[in-house]
Design a protein around this ligand. Structure first.
Ligand code: PEP
Ligand code: MN
Length: 350
């Protein structure tokens, strides 16, 4: 059961209520911070005599006897999206956000070209993996911490934020040192020790949906992050495994829209991984924008034919301007906006 306290309750009212509950033999914990007011979760079942005492206790507004499965991640009433802040960037507000860059960090030159093109197109976040979850051990695994440093430096040169994947709990502190937003990948969405470690860093998290996760499982993973102290979670739909071979994964527009109805978390779409090939990226991006995505995570590479990972689906850098144009026009049709492209001079920060 959740006990909601009055909005005007003084600081510490949640602790006082927990003490009262403890006297009644009811274990519980504070949920304050996640409900926009103080709140306490008490373990069910609660005897009727205890319910009477709790209902009459100081500053108690409401006892929610039907316990939500995801108290931090689920919507409370009709409130809509609660924006997540990445530095000064607002994700989940009126303005759509583009994160773009290569699948994997490969070299300074590659990142410099990608960051310049991303900034020029109006992206606010540079993406790129330094720890890569590859199918085969012989495949390129990423440059590790050296890659994180390159990512940070390229992003700083172009006024961009950084998103990059933490693949293992042991990577989280390094990733948090160099990145503004920690990406949890589809393959590790349910690695709970990784989720807890990412949350402990205090960085916001971009949480990909696992290849076969239901919305409930996705929200359960978000709940681990928020419960563990992550200041914000952005969901990212990246397609699930289907029988179809014409695409790499099935981008689930339905679950993207359903997530929007069920949670206050901003929802991104990654059109690159479900596309699997360049020609499908823009159509999928458009569908996701029309369905209400708050932003896109898109792969782009200065020379996809030489990419060490996911070359076939990487956009050419000049194609990022087309993604931005779609964000402007389709965003405009669904009540969102996307900033005008920056001039090359502004993008270079000079
Ligand atoms: C990626 O973004 O490069 C990536 C590995 O994504 P996913 O976890 O969705 O496969
Ligand atoms: Mn990739």
């Amino acid at each position: 059961m959740i006990v909601l306290l009055e909005k005007s309750a003084p600081a510490g009212a949640d602790r006082a209520l927990l003490q009262l509950a403890a006297k009644l033999g009811l274990p519980g914990r504070s949920l304050s911070g996640s409900w926009g007011r103080q709140a306490v979760e008490l373990e069910d079942p609660i005897p009727a005599s205890a319910l009477r005492v709790l209902r009459a206790a100081a500053h108690v507004e409401e006892l929610l006897t039907k316990r939500p499965s995801y108290p931090h991640a689920e919507l409370e009433g009709e409130e809509g999206v609660r924006p997540v802040h990445v530095g000064e960037l607002v994700i989940g507000g009126e303005e759509l956000v583009l994160a773009a860059g290569p699948c994997a960090v490969e070299s300074e030159e590659q990142l410099e070209a990608a960051a310049a093109a991303a900034a020029r197109a109006g992206a606010k976040i540079l993406r790129g993996g330094a720890f890569k979850p590859r199918t085969r051990p012989g495949d390129f695994q990423g440059l590790g911490v050296a890659g994180l440093k390159m990512l940070r430096e390229a992003a700083d040169r172009h006024g961009l934020y950084v998103v990059t994947e933490a693949l293992d709990a042991a990577d989280c502190d390094d990733v948090a040192e160099y990145a503004d937003l920690i990406q949890i990948g589809a393959r590790t969405m349910q690695a709970t020790s990784l989720l807890k470690a990412a949350a402990r860093t205090g960085r916001p998290v971009l949480l990909k949906r696992a290849l076969s996760a239901t919305l409930d499982e996705w929200l359960g993973a978000a709940e681990y992050l928020l419960d563990g102290g992550a200041p914000g979670v952005i969901l990212c739909e990246r397609g699930s495994r289907t029988f179809e071979t014409a695409t790499r994964f099935g981008l689930d527009i339905g679950v993207l829209a359903a997530a929007r109805l069920r949670t206050h978390l901003p929802v991104f779409a990654d059109p690159s991984h479900p596309a699997g090939r360049r020609a499908l990226v823009l159509p999928l991006a458009r569908a996701a924008l029309a369905a209400g995505a708050d932003g896109l995570l898109v792969e782009a590479h200065p020379d996809p034919s030489c990419a060490r990972c996911d070359g076939p689906q990487a956009l050419l850098l000049e194609e990022l301007a087309g993604v931005a144009e779609d964000m402007r026009t389709i965003g405009g049709a669904v009540g969102r906006s996307f900033p005008a492209a920056r001039s090359p001079r502004a993008a270079a920060g000079s």
